[in-house]
Every structure is written in C-alpha cells, then in structure tokens.
Design a protein around this ligand. Structure first.
Ligand SMILES: [Zn+2]
Length: 237
C-alpha cells in the first residue's frame, strides 16, 4: 500500500537541510504536499518541486504568521508572485486564520479572502489553517465556490458542517479530539497529514504519515479512500 502526506512543510529550516535524506527515506509514502507561507518558503517550495517532481506536490501562499508580521504592501507583492506561479502549483496554501497566536483577525481575514478568490479564479484547491478561528473560517469559506482542505482540524463539533464544504485532514498524533474528528468525518472527505516538522516527538517527516492512516483504519475500519481523496483534491496522477 502506498501513502500520501497531504500536508507538510519541507522548506522549514529543520527539514530543508536534510531534504535528500527525507525523500530517500519516505518509503511507501509516494507523495507529500509541501506548503509555503512566506516569500522564502514559496520560492523554496517551487525549487524542491522541480528537483523532486515525483515526490513534492507544491502549494504556495501566505500564512497567518506572515500576515501578522509583515506590512500589507509586502503581503500584496507576495500575493502577486503567487498568482504568477499559480499554474506551477497544485494548491494555494498554507493560508487561513489563527486566533490562537494572533489577534489581528481583520487583517488576516482580508488576506485570506484574497487568496480564496485567487484559488477560485484558477480552480485550485486551498489549504486552510484554522486554529481557534474555525467558526469564522467556515463562515468565510461558505461564501465561495472553492475546493478546500482544512488541515489539522480539531473541532469535532464542527466536522459535520465543515465536511459538507471541505476535506478534513488528520494529523500524526492521537487524542480524544482527533479520534472524534475521525469518527465524524465521512470516508469520502478524509485525508492524512504530518504537518512536518511539527507534531511528532522528534522531527516529523512525510514517512510518518503512516501513523495517521493506521489510526483512521483502526477507528473507521477502512483507510482506502484517503489516497483517492488526496488525488482528487490535488489533481494528482
Ligand atoms: Zn502546516
């Protein structure tokens, strides 16, 4: 059986320095959707997608973290660069909103909407971060007709509503919330991700996505739809 890591950050400083090793050690993990979020990460993501075209599925965008720490003019410049490269990527991401670490939600929403509109215009899926802003994010997304992946979605009580418009991605750790999210996500909307380098006792990497597949298999009795879902969402062959 082969696996797909639906969300990671291979251009994170901790991973990029050992990228050759990571790709080599990926084993049965055949593809990894690697997300940018800043000008440097986006540039790097395009570069590694060229170097490893079979393995790296590129997504570029502007993350809530970058939005919080930069001026609107530099954010807008990067949005323009993302648009210029849009035909070379599988998705727009990582974007979204974060109310856990950041407070300027008005600015975040504005930049999030610009990226949704771009994804909609070019018919690309959008990779969405929603930590502690899940309800607001869903409210915004409902206004558009865009293909959506909610990465590391941790609100079981919103899964029923969220899965009507989005794919829900399961991380590489287990908790009562994660289990509840898996239970409530329909089989045709479930994905698995590492969010590498995060969410692992050491450094996470794509090969560990197998953990999420096994957890889904254990709870739902089936993990065979995950690859189909990822291929459909990201238009992979
Ligand atoms: Zn992420």
């Amino acid at each position: 059986m082969k696996f797909i890591d639906a969300h990671c950050h291979l251009c994170h400083p901790k991973l990029i320095e050992k990228i050759d090793e990571i790709v080599e050690n990926a084993g049965e993990v055949e593809k990894a959707v690697s997300n940018g979020g800043s000008p440097e990460e986006n540039k790097c993501t395009l570069k590694i997608a060229k170097k490893f075209p079979e393995f790296v599925v590129p997504a570029i965008g502007i993350s809530p973290h970058y939005v919080e720490n930069n001026s609107e003019s530099s954010i807008n410049e990067e949005i323009e660069r993302v648009e210029k490269e849009i035909e070379n990527v599988a998705a727009v991401g990582e974007t979204g909103m974060d109310a856990h670490y950041f407070k300027n939600l008005e600015k975040q929403e504005k930049i999030f909407r610009k990226q949704i509109e771009m994804a909609e215009k070019y018919n690309k899926p959008i990779v969405v971060h929603s930590r502690d802003a899940e309800e607001k994010v869903l409210e915004v997304l409902r206004e558009y007709k865009v293909k959506i992946m909610l990465h590391c979605f941790m609100k079981p009580e919103l899964v029923k509503e969220a899965s009507k418009i989005a794919y829900i991605s399961i991380p590489t750790f287990s908790s009562s919330k994660v289990k509840e999210v898996i239970k409530k996500t329909p089989e045709h909307k479930i994905l698995a991700e590492t969010d590498a380098p995060f969410f692992w006792s050491g450094l996470n990497e794509p090969k560990n996505v197998v953990f999420a597949y096994k957890l889904i298999e254990k709870i739902k009795g089936n993990s065979s739809t995950i690859n189909k879902n990822a291929k459909k969402l990201f238009n992979l062959v």
